[in-house]
Design a protein around this ligand. Structure first.
Ligand code: NAD
Length: 253
């Protein structure tokens, strides 16, 4: 059902965690995958892993918050694959769990730039190719922090709520033109994401007990990848503008 034979797929943040599992899954289903990530060592390892399994991928290494890197990612994908069927905006970083009053400019700007502006830039660069083909599925990795105020600090929560806004706007604005936009909202997932809580008296103190009291088990990157691939595939052809919690009922608590 979920075959992606010869499809062109971009996965950001694919050197690690959810992005890595997603790139491996798409490649196993026949897609040609562009791995976009900051981390050259991790990106190379994923390309080699895909090649060893008989799949096809290439890596572009760079900071996706820079327009030049975004342009290179889309141009290399279209150049190498001749088509762009799927964009997975997955790369992201955590904040320091800071409450708004204790969020510094640098934390705010970095988290917003990587978690919200980079997906905006990538989607804007990819859209012309998808619109010309009248076909494209864009999947975002949102977060539990897209749905509630008790899963992260102010910057991450605002950025991930913003991602939901992008998904809904895209879905409505391009409905009927072959484009779909959806997101997963992962609960706690075993990856390499770093949480470095700052010297903040408010944020971690308030949020910590709420998280502890409401989360279920920790999921795997592969469980998140399964949901991303479903949303990217024609199996979800009537799903557009949706945010799917993948979280063992955390959002339901
Ligand atoms: P991860 O750290 O294992 O992987 C993230 C990848 O993104 C890394 O390879 C990193 O190098 C890359 N990256 C970060 N900033 C980048 C940039 N500016 N340019 C290019 N690449 C960049 O973490 P993960 O948990 O797999 O995170 C993937 C997504 O899942 C993120 O958007 C994160 O917010 C989201 N998420 C994770 C969890 C969780 O519990 N792990 C929960 C909710 C949402």
């Amino acid at each position: 059902m979920n075959t992606f034979e010869d499809h062109g797929v971009i996965v950001t943040g694919a050197a690690s965690g959810i992005g890595r599992a997603t790139a491996l899954k798409f490649a196993a289903l026949g897609a040609r995958v562009l791995i976009a990530d900051l981390d050259p060592v991790g990106a190379k390892a994923v390309v080699e892993e895909i090649a060893a399994a008989g799949g096809n991928s290439l890596a572009v290494v760079g900071d996706l918050s820079e327009q030049a890197v975004v342009d290179e990612v889309v141009e290399r994908a279209v150049g190498a694959f001749g088509r762009l069927d799927v964009l997975v905006n997955n790369a992201g970083i955590m904040d320091r769990m800071s409450a708004l009053g204790e969020t510094g400019d640098a934390e705010w700007e970095r988290v917003l730039r990587i978690n919200l502006t980079a997906p905006f830039l990538l989607t804007r660069a990819a859209l012309p190719y998808m619109l010309a083909a009248k076909r494209g599925s864009i999947v975002f990795t949102a977060s539990e922090a897209s749905l509630k105020g008790s899963a992260a600090g102010a910057a991450y929560t605002a950025a991930k709520h913003g991602v939901v806004g992008l998904v809904k706007s895209l879905a409505v604005m391009y409905r009927g033109q072959g484009i779909r936009a959806n997101a997963i909202a992962p609960g706690p997932t075993a990856t390499n994401i770093q949480v470095e809580a700052g010297p903040d008296a408010q944020g971690p103190f308030v949020i910590g007990p709420l998280i502890g009291a409401t989360i279920g088990r920790r999921g795997s990157a592969e469980e998140q990848a399964e949901a991303i691939v479903f949303l990217a595939s024609d199996a979800s052809s009537f799903v557009n503008g949706a945010v799917l919690p993948v979280d063992d009922a955390w959002a339901a608590v």
